[in-house]
Design a protein around this ligand. Sequence first.
Ligand code: FPP
Length: 228
Amino acid sequence: MQSSTIKHLAIIMDGNGRWAKERGLKRTKGHEVGAEAIRDITTYCAAHKTIETATFYAFSTENWKRPKLEVEFLMKLLDRYLKKELKTYQEHNIRFQAIGNIGAFSKALQLRIRDTEYLTRNNKSLTQILALNYGGRAEITSAVNQLIQEGKTKVTEDDISESLQTPYSDIDILIRTSGEERISNFLLWQLSYAEFYFTQTLWPDFTAKELDTILASFTQRHRRFGGL
Ligand code: FPP
């Protein structure tokens, strides 16, 4: 693979709460502006042509530990986002897919997610994946259990890769905003050879211009995939 090819970009969006706090606003406002940043970065990726898939960590399995009101707000925001941005998906030819255990969400939200996937299934310029109630260990465990159910007694790396929920599994670039430098149980299998970029920018302030700088820097990195 050419080092400048970006099949899969992954982003850990962090810093919504701090962004709001710095402005004396409620944390929920940070999430709202964060949702707008998802839309802007997604449409930029769709226009970029060399990016095939962009995966955003929108709700982790650990996020249930947040105050009930904040969790409820995030669920409503997701529903509003998918409803409002259907137009964006269609206009920019973006396919939407979800990964994670969405069975834990309300029936109405599950329906919204499945409907959006269905309505955008033929779009070709970019696949946007939202990781929702997602955990990397859970994804790997479920892949292995599926293989056991299929009767396998020995599995290969390819077997696991093919049984994961995430399509186009290998990540080229992982970005995490807000100065934190952790993986937080995101795409553990798929990040094996990813290049990592950590930025101090809080997610609601993250722009296409900064992404462009990261993409330009990625093309300069020499990826050896364990070789010389
Ligand atoms: C982290 O900020 C952010 C998340 C909980 C995940 C990303 C969520 C959004 C961008 C909200 C909108 C999502 C959709 C799909 C509509 P934080 O609250 O952990 O920030 P902090 O570390 O500064 O408190």
